[in-house]
Design a protein around this ligand. Structure first.
Ligand SMILES: Cc1cc2nc3c(=O)[nH]c(=O)nc-3n(C[C@H](O)[C@H](O)[C@H](O)COP(=O)(O)OP(=O)(O)OC[C@H]3O[C@@H](n4cnc5c(N)ncnc54)[C@H](O)[C@@H]3O)c2cc1C
Length: 431
């Protein structure tokens, strides 16, 4: 009887674990099922480029059904777990819940935005974790330019042209940098708006941005962003966003229609409801082979697991680089386990990192060397071009990048996609 391997979550860990199994399983050895709410894996490091319109949203994802040809795919979300019966409960897109039995279970559900109790944040803020959020923000920023260009009302113009991002980690820095770069680039098409009217503010509680990269790189990024007019407020908190007025802890009040909350993530809350051991941050507690403590047949890695860091001690940071390497080892360990052998510990030394800051601009560190400007930007692109699974996706991404080189950012705002039935409803109301 083939063993049943159930992988919950089709992100970095889910996809790369399944790919490793697909390559390594012998015929009849095991059946692999992957459960994910969407039928694609989001290549999250490319989301800032989706937000600036440099990449088509569809090109920044990997279609799971197309790449996991030997696995079964179920579009749904995990809602419960019975570890005694070895059964996971999954809510599909429609219809009654499914019960999926497993011999080996991989929990790879990743993380979501972590909100703080800031008044007005839940009502007016938006995160930057998903494809929908990144694509929406592009349309939203272009919409704000349209609003400002069409009204002489100074109050409306100020709110429309003020963009506040809270959280100066790499997600926040990349998001504000790419979107501001796009807005400045398209501004020549808006003669009614002067560049000095646009206000881009990055609020960070710590005393510097990019807390997880070296201080030199953070300094380089700060210099670049400040020179472009981005107002970086370190040691500052967002205290309130009520009525769309951003009240900062340094006393500043900014009426702003845009509030992007990128001040941290937390593991998916469902993990705390499964009866499995979690740490103080809500991550599953696993050993160095990525097996969940006390459960011989449950495994986890990536943003939702506290995987011991072999390089620096403590636990691994929530990065795609770590998630991919963990997944490859996790897939290997599943193969070893199926064959009655012991799993091996996760080992990895990070070789570098990049932070994109807009077209032709980035900072990074490769094999201990600091790089910036066009070189860092080109190396970053080369790295991702070689990492995206399948030629199909690589070619699409390279195509978008090639088109973007000679031409500026596209100014078309497809915000109406968010209410596709609007015109039809109106027609029905006025018939
Ligand atoms: C904007 C942004 C930029 C980033 N840039 C970089 C970068 O430049 N470099 C880098 O190294 N890292 C980067 N990261 C971090 C990196 O993307 C994550 O560390 C990585 O995605 C973690 O992989 P994962 O598999 O744990 O989670 P994910 O890739 O998030 O996958 C989790 C999957 O689980 C699914 N899921 C959630 N709940 C359920 C459920 N109940 N049932 C079933 N499935 C569920 C989700 O839909 C998702 O598909 C970035 C992250 C973001 C948000």
């Amino acid at each position: 009887m083939p063993k049943r391997i159930l992988i919950v979550g089709g992100g970095y860990v889910g996809l790369y674990t399944a790919l490793r199994l697909q390559r390594g399983l012998r015929p009849g050895e095991a059946e692999v099922t992957v459960v994910n709410p969407e039928n694609y894996m989001v290549y999250r490091p490319l989301l800032p480029e989706v937000a600036s319109g440099t990449l088509e949203p569809r090109h920044a994802v990997v279609p799971l059904r197309a790449v996991l040809r030997k696995a079964r795919f179920v579009s749904g979300a995990l809602t419960g777990l019975d570890t005694v019966r070895a059964t996971a409960t999954v809510r599909p897109m429609a219809g009654p819940e499914l019960e999926l039995d497993y011999d080996e279970l991989v929990l790879a559900v990743g993380a979501t935005s972590k909100l703080l109790p800031v008044p007005g944040l839940a009502e007016h803020g938006i995160g930057f974790n998903s494809l929908a959020e990144a694509a929406h923000l592009r349309d939203h920023v272009l919409r704000q330019l349209e609003i400002a260009s069409a009204t002489p009302d100074p109050k409306l113009r100020r709110s429309a042209l003020t963009f506040v991002f809270v959280g100066g980690g790499y997600t926040g820095v990349e998001a504000i940098a790419e979107l501001q770069d796009m807005a400045v680039d398209v501004l020549e098409g808006y003669p009614e708006i002067d560049r000095s009217e646009m206000r881009w503010v990055l609020v960070e509680a710590m005393d510097r941005i990019l807390g997880t990269v070296s201080a030199d790189l953070a300094e380089l990024a700060t210099t670049e962003l400040t020179a472009r007019g981005i107002d970086i407020r370190t040691g500052t908190l967002l205290e309130s966003a009520e009525n769309r007025v951003m009240q900062l802890s340094d006393g500043t009040k900014l009426p702003a229609d845009t509030l992007v909350w990128v001040a941290g993530t937390r593991p998916q809350p469902i993990l705390g409801e499964l009866g499995l051991p979690v740490d103080e941050r809500g991550r599953l507690v696993v050993d160095d082979t990525m097996r969940v403590d006390g459960h011989a047949n449950i495994w986890s890695a990536g943003d939702c697991a506290a995987v011991p860091d072999p390089e620096k001690g403590g636990t691994c940071p929530p990065t795609a680089q770590h998630a991919v390497r963990q997944a490859q080892q996790l897939g290997e360990n599943l193969l070893l386990t199926l064959r009655g052998r012991a799993g091996k510990p996760f080992r990895y030394n990070s070789r570098g990192e990049f932070v994109t800051l807009g077209k032709n601009k980035a900072v990074g560190e490769v094999l201990g060397h600091k790089v910036d400007g066009v070189l860092a930007w080109t190396l970053r692109r080369a790295y991702y071009a070689t990492q995206i699974p399948t030629w199909n996706r690589t070619v699409r991404v390279l195509g978008d990048w090639a088109v973007g080189m000679p031409f500026g950012h596209d100014v078309v705002n497809f915000g109406s996609r968010e209410e596709p039935r609007g015109a039809f409803r109106q027609a029905a109301e006025t018939k």
